[in-house]
Design a protein around this ligand. Sequence first.
Ligand code: HEC
Ligand code: HEC
Length: 208
Amino acid sequence: MTSQTSMRHRFLLTTFFLILSLGLGLAFAESLPEGISSPPQQAARLTSDDPFTTMMQVLTHKRCVNCHPNGDRPRQGEDSHYHNFNVQRGPDDHGVAGLQCSTCHQAENNDYAGVPGAPEWSLAPLEMYWEGLSRVEIARSMMDPARNGGRNLEETVKHLTEHKLVLWAWEPGVDAAGRPREVPPVPLEEYIQAVKAWAAAGAVIPES
Ligand code: HEC
Ligand code: HEC
């Protein structure tokens, strides 16, 4: 064989395998049983050595902000649309009489019905709203005892790293269409380390 024919040969072989694997991939994707789709998507991420940046990539994510809205209605989904059924916060952030959060949301996800769940599922009080705030504004709100439920730094760190409603964001279940909800861009362990490192270094909030 001349080198030219051998190259042509290799090209044809490669093309053949490419088409074959593409075909297999498609066949496999199509044969997935209904209701089971791809694994949870992770939001795009900016890798940084700065613990504040790492931490705030989580706090600004919709899995948190959907439940910390600026108003009386929770938000849903990847596009943060208003919660359906016109759900309202009600007098104590647990919904209105007849339409309490716990009517639908249980202590864990219900992936058959696509309803997310975690203990104490309710709307963050209005003074704890994060929707529409920059990362710096969220951090300031979180550190302000008048807006954070009177927490000191230690209590805030505990909430950020241990509270079930926070941890839920890494196991958010699937939506009503069976699609996995997106998880925050930073893996849980790395986020916890970043929160602790930021607090240990004095909980400094940068200018921007
Ligand atoms: C299902 C709704 C819900 C979700 C989802 C949720 N929160 Fe909250 N959050 C609340 C409620 C309710 C409170 C008030 C709890 C209290 O004061 O005891 C709260 C309070 C907080 C507080 C303390 C108040 C403050 O402003 O410092 C922090 C911090 C917080 N959430 C962080 C987060 C983070 C981070 C996420 C996402 C990883 C998240 N939350 C997701 C409902 C939610
Ligand atoms: C009538 C049933 C029902 C009631 C009542 C209800 N929810 Fe929901 N909620 C749902 C369903 C179903 C979904 C999932 C929608 C989807 O993702 O397809 C959902 C999704 C959510 C989400 C979106 C999570 C995310 O990040 O996508 C939040 C936040 C939420 N609910 C908060 C609340 C709060 C707070 C209350 C009470 C004030 C409440 N819900 C009352 C049924 C309900």
